[in-house]
Unconditional design. Structure first.
Ligand code: GDP
Ligand code: IMO
Ligand code: MG
Length: 427
């Protein structure tokens, strides 16, 4: 099984970093295929905890390649900080490779994101304010500047000068903000490019060569299906395609090369930022789960919204991503909460629906329909196999998998690498 994609199945923060790190133990290459430093992926092993943003969760083994592929919006300043953080913690980053085709995220993208969010007032998306949307806008407007352009000072200066005519007009005239200086940005970003140049290559070719020689390639998604620009809760989404298919576009591999697509979920649901969240819990159990699981954003520190497991959203995720396996994290968090609810369908205008509505307007009139399952009180953090889980926990997992229609691959009872337990090996 040489190629596996790890996909967030909900609104992000499902524990993708943790499962990527787990599967990466047997991988040769780990590839990030979309998003940027809006991601925060937590990895815990040997009593150490790391939080990664743009660098793939395979960086901890110097023998592997950790690839930032073409689909990522690449913020060099932020990646250099991340590299320094890893070096400070004794991690070698020699295995890093950066696609020459990745779009560069500049400081003006970040500034525009902040200003656009502030201008939206109550209608804000609740972005991470890292400039992700504006950087992807430039990509699709075909004015983006790519990593290969960072390495040629004349090209970089010419493109920055051309882009800043419009950007500065928007910054100053629409928002009354300060303009950016092309000459200064050229110096700053050319210097980043020079530092990062040894890592820059055609990563699609590197991946193909690895696959052709029988190596194992793991693709790591950021965000989640419900934040996907096409398939998520638009417009309350991110600006890329976290779905399984996003890996083929975002890494430059054909869909025929992919063997498994593993959907990552929590045993409940969480969401940061604005937008529909049908199973949201506003107090009581929601607060309890947030406290037990420390549900606060890795980078932004924002409290995460919490809700019951939503099998309607998960079936949607399974369909649009072609999930072949399901990983359920944070089962330990549900211990002692009493009976547990799973959303099985919605009611909209008096009708039962089992598919996820496209229009956010529908969510104001929608009620989730629940199935209630008995919980368990035992501390399960030491459990190492499915059979050793309390019967009700086994039943809960089996029911989730049945409702989503995807085979259970793993469950986890803690944030550590060792707390992930698989039902069968994928490679
Ligand atoms: P990602 O963005 O999908 O990689 O997920 P994040 O790292 O943003 O958020 C997941 C959070 O849940 C992190 O704080 C993890 O350490 C934590 N976590 C992951 N798996 C488990 C688990 O099985 N149990 C508990 N209690 N916490 C977990
Ligand atoms: P990981 O990879 C959770 C959310 C933001 C906001 C929306 C758009 O750690 O799961 P953006 O900055 O992308 O324009 O924000 O998407 N968001 C995430 N939520 N986890 C993430 O990444 C997220 N990345 C973006 O909160 O609602
Ligand atoms: Mg996260």
């Amino acid at each position: 099984m040489p190629a596996i994609i790890v996909v967030g199945s909900a609104w992000g923060d499902e524990g993708k970093g943790k499962i990527t790190d787990f599967l990466a133990q047997d991988a040769d290459l780990v590839v990030r295929y979309q998003g940027g430093d809006n991601a925060g992926h937590t990895i815990v092993f040997d009593q150490k905890k790391f939080a990664l943003r743009s660098i793939p969760s395979g960086i901890f083994d110097a023998k592997k390649l950790a690839i930032i592929a073409n689909g990522v919006v690449f913020n060099p300043e932020s990646v250099l900080k991340e590299l320094a953080y890893l070096h400070d913690n004794g991690v070698s980053t020699n295995g890093l490779r950066i696609s020459n085709r990745a779009q560069v995220l500049f400081s003006y993208h970040k500034r525009l994101d902040e200003l656009q969010e502030a201008a939206k007032g109550d209608a804000k998306i609740g972005t991470t304010k890292n400039g992700i949307g504006p950087a992807y806008v430039d990509k699709y407007s075909r004015v983006g500047i790519r990593v290969c352009d960072l390495l040629d000072k004349d090209v970089l200066r010419a493109r920055l000068e051309a882009n800043l005519i419009e950007k500065n007009a928007i910054l100053t005239k629409v928002y009354g903000a300060e303009p950016f200086d092309a000459a200064r940005l050229t110096e700053e970003y050319y210097a980043y490019g020079q530092t990062l140049a040894p890592f820059v290559t055609d990563t699609s070719a590197v991946i193909e060569e690895a696959l052709n020689s029988g190596k194992r390639v793991l693709f790591e998604g950021a965000q989640g299906v419900m934040l996907d620009i096409d398939h998520g809760t638009y417009p309350y989404v991110t600006s890329s395609n976290p779905i399984g298919g996003g890996a083929t576009v975002g890494a430059g591999v054909g869909p025929t090369r992919i063997d498994e697509v593993v959907g990552i979920a929590k045993a409940y649901t969480s969401r940061v930022g604005e937008g529909p969240f049908p199973t949201e819990l506003f107090e009581g159990v929601g607060d309890q789960i947030r406290d037990i699981a420390h549900e606060y954003g890795v980078n932004t520190g924002r409290p995460r919204r919490i809700g019951w497991f939503d099998s309607v959203a998960m079936r949607h995720a399974a369909r649009v991503s072609g999930l072949t396996k399901l990983s359920v994290n944070c089962l330990d968090v549900l211990s002692g909460l009493g009976s547990l609810k799973i959303c099985v369908a919605y009611e909209l205008d008096g009708k039962r629906i089992e598919t996820y509505p496209a229009s956010v307007a529908d969510f104001t009139r929608l009620t989730p329909l629940y199935e209630e399952l008995p919980g368990w009180d035992e501390d399960i953090t030491g459990v190492t196999s499915f059979e050793d889980l309390p019967e009700n926990a086994q039943h809960y997992l089996t029911r989730l998998s049945e409702l989503v229609g995807v085979e259970l691959f793993s469950f986890a009872v803690g944030p550590e690498r060792e707390a992930t337990h698989i039902l069968e090996k994928l490679w």
